[in-house]
Design a protein around this ligand. Structure first.
Ligand SMILES: [Zn+2]
Ligand SMILES: [Zn+2]
Ligand SMILES: [Zn+2]
Length: 142
């Protein structure tokens, strides 16, 4: 079972994302919070089942998609067609993704803005944001 603290954090995040904090959503999110790297809906569903939670796979899928649409969790893709989810920090960040395992490293010190502003200006662009995902192989898989 998720700890009371994890459930509380989950409920806060749901409220912050403008989503009703149902018990099911909080349970899914709290389980996600326990993961250092990222997980697929299927993996998360299996873990919840192993803990005796009676949630259907469709519910887990729906909940994760809803959370991702609300910007509350990040969606990552290591392999084509496989969506993974991760509960990251609130600040602007990027990911290093291992293409062998599911290792995710969160990079918070983004230094791309000055470069982007310079190259955008050359093309008459005004940048409003950017996304970046870096794939590679982690230290354990190398
Ligand atoms: Zn993230
Ligand atoms: Zn790896
Ligand atoms: Zn950035």
């Amino acid at each position: 079972m998720a700890t009371a603290e994890q459930l509380e954090r989950a409920e806060e995040l749901l409220a912050g994302a403008g989503l009703r904090a149902t018990a099911q959503r909080a349970t899914v999110l709290a389980e996600l919070a326990a993961e250092r790297d990222d997980v697929t809906a299927q993996q998360l569903h299996e873990r919840l089942r192993a803990r005796g939670e009676r949630l259907g796979l469709a519910t887990v899928y729906r909940t994760l998609r809803l959370l991702a649409e609300a910007g509350a969790v990040d969606v990552l893709s290591h392999h084509a067609g496989e969506l993974c989810y991760r509960w990251c920090g609130d600040e602007h960040h990027h990911h290093l993704l291992c293409s062998e395992c599911h290792r995710v490293v969160e990079l918070v010190d983004c230094e791309l803005d000055p470069w982007l502003e310079r190259v955008s200006r050359e093309h008459g662009f005004v940048t409003t944001g950017h996304r970046l995902e870096v794939s590679g192989v982690c230290a354990d898989c190398r």
